[in-house]
Design a protein around this ligand. Structure first.
Ligand code: ZN
Length: 342
């Protein structure tokens, strides 16, 4: 069996945001922890710059050129949260390119069943024509679209466990039924989108699944939604590829949100997603989003990758059905997903 594939690139360190919580120390902390563990035996590769055509499949060319021009002029603030420096365009190209290369490995190389793309800036807040929330290009969306366009995937599922709603990915695939976007996020919280009632539109009705949870939600709530909603939803949708928008800011130690997930909680969610991928016999890709406590971030990324890429599957946690997850099951079963209460 080939080793899982890990994509990274030094340009992630050249996206200079000053004293912002989303800074280069995040990647340094993650890579230090992985290096101390010999990269877990993963096949570590340098990410190519994302081909512009692949990025342009989910963002207008004018958006890409606007970011490029701003970085060429020396950078500046796009909004209160989103800062770019001269190195940011290159970093964002490689973050998107990492997802493209991850999908190429997962869908195009024999036997590669797991992988990760670990870059910054993150991507899931970037809307088609608008950079926001520390994000310039929606890398996970670029990867999902690439799986459809270049590898003949019929369906892709993206599960977003970052504590913030992935409004960018939500917007990009809102009216489509070939990419199922499912997000668990603290609500209310930035960016304020992702109510349960937002379930997609037109052909995409039912293919956006938003699971807002209150501040204070911990492992029981998050694991229950994964075990009792996300996994059965994946089995019903039958994607050819499972991607996780993996943010680590629902961690109890994170300074930007108020959820209480532990390192073990992330390992448990990873075990559930891996079991789901194995059941479907499809590959699993982990794409880094947020996470702002350096210790919690590094430990939880390591915990996720250890479980996602272990030679033999970790024990899947036995998770009680939380009342909030039951409510989501009932809502989905009454709409597009009757299998959830079958
Ligand atoms: Zn986040």
């Amino acid at each position: 069996m080939p080793a899982p594939v890990l994509l990274h690139h030094p340009s992630s360190l050249e996206h200079d945001t000053g004293g912002h919580p989303e800074n280069a120390r995040r990647i340094v902390a993650i890579e230090q922890a992985l290096r101390e563990r010999d990269w877990l035996g993963w096949d570590v590769r340098l990410s190519p710059a994302g081909p512009r055509e692949a990025i342009a499949a989910v963002h207008p060319i004018a958006h890409i050129e606007r970011i490029e021009a701003l970085c060429c002029r020396g950078g500046g603030m796009i909004d209160m949260d989103t800062i770019v420096s001269p190195g940011s365009f290159e970093a964002a190209l490689h973050a998107a390119g990492g997802c493209v290369a991850l999908v190429d490995a997962l869908m195009g190389e024999q036997g590669v069943s797991a992988g990760a793309s670990l870059h910054r800036p993150p991507g899931h807040h970037a809307e088609p024509a608008r950079a926001m929330g520390f994000c310039l290009f929606d890398s996970v969306a670029v990867g999902a679209q690439h799986a459809l366009d270049a590898h003949g995937a019929r369906r892709v599922m993206i599960f977003d466990w970052d504590v913030h709603h992935g409004n960018g990915t939500n917007a990009i695939f809102h009216d489509r039924d070939d990419v199922l976007f499912c997000s668990i996020h603290q609500s209310p919280l930035y960016p304020g989108t992702g109510p349960a009632a937002d379930a997609g539109r037109g052909d995409g009705a039912g293919y956006t699944v938003n699971m807002p949870v209150p501040a204070g939600s911990g492992d029981d709530v998050f694991l229950s939604h994964v075990a009792h909603v996300v996994a059965p939803l994946a089995l019903a949708f039958e994607p050819d590829l499972l991607l996780v928008s993996a943010g680590y800011d629902a961690h109890a130690d994170d300074p930007l949100a108020s959820c209480l997930v532990s390192d073990e909680g992330y390992a448990g969610m990873a075990a559930l997603m891996r079991a789901c991928a194995e059941q479907l016999d499809v590959p699993l890709g982990i794409v880094l989003e947020g996470g702002y406590d350096l210790g919690a971030l590094a430990r939880s990324v390591v915990a996720t990758l250890e479980v996602a890429g272990a030679a033999s599957a970790a024990a899947v946690p036995d998770v009680a059905l939380h009342p909030l997850a039951l409510r989501v099951q009932e809502r989905l079963a009454a709409g597009h997903w009757p299998a959830l209460l079958a």
